[in-house]
Design a protein. Structure first.
Length: 273
């Protein structure tokens, strides 16, 4: 076989391989689209009572009711807005304190026991992330009553999973040389953590806390739906009284609070990271 024949055979093999790859990708995308269409049919088309869906005039009329803002509600928005902001801030700080021991247990390279305490730490991370903040709020409302406290505790418990997981993974990815050097000179566990580990994970942990605080502002805005205070409680009252203009005012207050949180978190990142 000549060099030309060998080259042609190689090109043919590459073409065949490319066609097989394209065919495989086409089959995968077809399967994804079929699965998406099946989900859409089961959850939207088949599960929707289309007889209750109004026409264009009905939809526009509903939107129009929300556009008539109740400006008289402005004085009542100040205190719930401040309360919502404080709930997010205090809940995040409390969540940080709860996250530290969980991250210490759940980091494989510093945990006191890989067979017992490490699985416990990882389970607590999963438990915190698995339970929705509304469910946590319902639990704490039944335990401590109505008000801002159950909302703060719910936000703190919800924050533990994310902060501790990121912190534990940052600890597991540290450079082991400084830690070994401190231990070689007789340093105790606290000195290892403070001088060997904390300086390496500080930027990641701080960025995670700021990001979680930003998310908690959104979470705290709906805590009142289950009686945990803040703007969510005012929103629930406006919905119950069918004050659509008041509902829009509360939504605007939540939007402004979230924008404020975005601005503060942006400058915090630039200032401390």
């Amino acid at each position: 076989m000549s060099a030309t024949d060998t080259h042609i055979a190689g090109l043919g093999a590459q073409t065949t391989l490319r066609r097989k790859r394209q065919m495989k990708q086409a089959l995968i995308w077809t399967g994804v689209l079929v699965f998406a269409a099946w989900c859409a049919h089961g959850t939207i088309i088949a599960d929707t009572d289309w007889s209750r869906v109004g026409g264009r005039s009905g939809v526009l009329a509903s939107i129009g009711r929300y556009m008539q803002l109740d400006l008289g509600l402005l004085p009542e928005l100040v205190r719930p807005t401040i309360e919502t902001f404080m709930m997010a801030s205090v809940g995040t700080v409390l969540g940080c304190f709860f996250s530290l021991p969980v991250a210490w247990l759940g980091a494989a390279n510093v945990t006191p026991s890989k067979t017992i305490l490490y699985p416990v730490g990882r389970f607590l991370m999963v438990l915190s992330r698995s339970v929705h903040e509304i469910v946590w709020a319902l639990i704490f409302v039944s335990a401590v009553g109505l008000g801002a406290l159950p909302g703060i505790l719910a936000i703190a418990m919800r924050s533990v999973g994310f902060i501790s997981k990121i912190t534990a993974e940052a600890i597991e990815n540290i450079d082991a040389k400084p830690v070994e050097a401190i231990r070689a000179t007789g340093g105790n566990q606290f000195q290892v953590m403070y001088y060997g580990i904390l300086p390496q994970i500080y930027p990641v942990v701080l960025a995670t806390i700021i990001f979680e605080w930003d998310i908690n502002i959104r979470r705290s805005a709906v805590m009142g739906l289950v009686g945990a205070g803040g703007l969510g409680l005012l929103f629930f009252r406006q919905m119950n009284s069918f004050n659509y203009g008041g509902v829009s005012m509360v939504i605007l207050a939540i939007l402004m609070l979230i924008i404020l949180g975005e601005i503060i978190s942006h400058y915090l990142r630039k200032a401390v990271i």
